[in-house]
Design a protein around this ligand. Sequence first.
Ligand code: ATR
Length: 266
Amino acid sequence: MPDRYAVFGNPIGHSKSPLIHAAFARQTGQDIVYEARLAALDGFTQAAITFAVEGGRGANVTVPFKEEAFRLATQLSERAAKAEAVNTLTFKGDEILGDNTDGAGLVRDIRDNLHFEPAGKRILLMGAGGAARGVIQPLLEAKPAALMVVNRTEEKAHLLRDFFNGIKTGGYADLQGRQFDLVINATSSGLSDQLPPLPDTVFSDGALAYDMMYGRETPFMRFAREHGTTVADGLGMLVEQAAEAFFIWRGVRPQTAPVIAQFRAA
Ligand code: ATR
């Protein structure tokens, strides 16, 4: 019998995770099945526990359940504790281990796939919701020269200072006169086809603009491209965070480049 895994979300229909994990399993010869499961908005905890009781070995968790998964876990990795969000659960006896591989996936994509070394660079992170929060600690661990977090609702960015030592926070108006080598969009602005109010001068020469969204060009990607900046979407991060979860569960690190290429081609 193959070991069973699942991803829980709402909605979940468009999740690429089952295909990604199937590709990893084929590539590494691991005998697993991985399915997408829709959980009711008030039914995630029950659904996850039921899956574990039925023999599920682990689960990924996506929007909007990452904070609930954080509360469900009986043991947390340090990075999940910092993020207060969990995207990877491992069921071990009576314990539910919670981890968060989003930030590691982002940093790995930036370093290994995009060949951009964040150490010593000036990084701007836009957004202060769950997506932003999940990547701050791993970005700090990459030793940037500075990490500034801006948010439309400035107060929410300032609150993050209590959790993460060494970040600067502010609003978009504070970006006047500042330049960054790496600008990361962790807002949901792309979903509503909006552009965060960035000044024209925000990108340094040779800057990388990274949008955590994928699947289509967002206004931020277009803005960055029009300013001559290298642009990346979040597909690489998606595959890398999955690889990190696969490694936690199976102890084997799959190759991500062929899987990213396969999705780009599709
Ligand atoms: P997620 O889990 O994706 O982070 P979230 O917690 O709802 O979702 O957070 C959405 C983030 O996108 C917030 O930082 C939000 O800014 P506010 O806190 O001011 O609401 C940001 N956001 C959404 N639309 C935006 C827009 N058009 N311009 C700038 N920021 C935007």
